[in-house]
Ligand binder design. Structure first.
Ligand code: G
Ligand code: G
Ligand code: MN
Ligand code: NA
Length: 252
């Protein structure tokens, strides 16, 4: 049940939306290689709601710029992407954005890349978003890459994943859906699939991130398989950007 438009407009106006971040670890060095920005709504009753609860409404407010709020992005990412030892910040974008609804994505690019180094920014797309309007999406992805922003393909291996996407689009990072890690150690063939994805991504010079790592054993298995990067509750939960900025600077 998505909230009415007025409620989300008020949330925007009162700055009740913010990004939390979750670290993405390099499994070789055990240090954070990047952070994923995850939109949160700090509700009047004190609870925090994730985008699943309001993204449908947000997508229908063109003036809101879909979910692409340059100021929020800059606020959340600056501590990570600037300074002497920068890491990357990655943002999720929906089909509505790639589609050109909402704030023209080009304007978001202008505003954000003016204030943050584009080489430390990543945009995450899911395949379904690209399928909506392939020609337009492709053009936008090219624009982004021309500025030095990297592209991650999110939730890979779920739904309609198609190797065509890896052949046609200039994907820099492949994020493997958490269903694969969840299945490790069970009766399924997750290990074999992950091992072949390691070979595939390394052959294509694409960085591989597994999502949803929740135990030490899963981390070990991923490292043994030669997987480069991992993200998940075991390694770090989404939290306010200031919290993670302090922890990462402090060596966690
Ligand atoms: O953070 P959480 O687990 O609640 O995220 C739920 C879903 O919302 C995930 O699929 C995630 O990719 C998506 N999501 C998180 N932040 C954003 C955002 O800023 N924009 C969009 N479009 N999706 C987001
Ligand atoms: O669709 P996307 O991959 O962007 O989804 C990201 C969401 O996954 C985040 O909102 C985050 O809350 C959630 N998430 C991150 N790590 C884990 C995890 O280890 N387990 C589970 N179940 N969800 C996670
Ligand atoms: Mn994501
Ligand atoms: Na994902």
């Amino acid at each position: 049940l998505t909230p009415p438009r007025e409620v989300i407009e008020t949330a925007i106006a009162t700055r009740a939306l913010e990004y939390h971040v979750q670290p993405i670890f390099d499994l070789r060095t055990n240090t954070a290689a990047g952070v994923e920005a995850l939109l949160r709504w700090n509700r009047p009753d004190g609870s925090i709601m994730g985008p699943g609860g309001f993204m449908d409404t947000l997508d229908r407010i063109p003036e809101a710029g879909a979910e692409l709020f340059p100021d929020l992005a800059v606020e959340a990412a600056t501590a990570f992407v600037t300074g002497p030892a920068p890491i990357y910040a990655t943002f999720n974008i929906t089909g509505a954005v790639l589609d050109g609804a909402g704030m023209p994505a080009g304007r978001w690019l202008d505003e954000v890349t003016e204030r943050l180094p584009p080489e430390n920014l990543v945009l995450e797309i899911v395949e379904s978003a690209v399928i909506v309007c392939p020609a337009r999406a492709e053009k936008l992805l090219e624009q982004m890459r021309a500025r030095g922003i990297r592209i991650a393909l999110d939730d890979f291996g779920s739904g309609l994943s198609n190797l065509e996407r890896l052949r046609r689009y200039p994907v820099d990072i492949l994020k493997i859906d958490r269903a694969f890690v969840e299945g490790l150690g069970g009766a399924g063939r997750e290990e074999a699939v992950l091992a072949s994805l390691v070979a595939l991504t390394s052959g294509l010079d694409i960085a591989m991130v597994v999502e949803g790592v929740e135990t030490a054993e899963q981390v070990r298995t991923c490292r043994d398989l030669g997987i480069g990067f991992a993200q998940g509750f075991y390694l770090g939960r989404p939290a306010p950007a200031t919290e993670w900025a302090a922890r990462i600077a402090g060596g966690h």
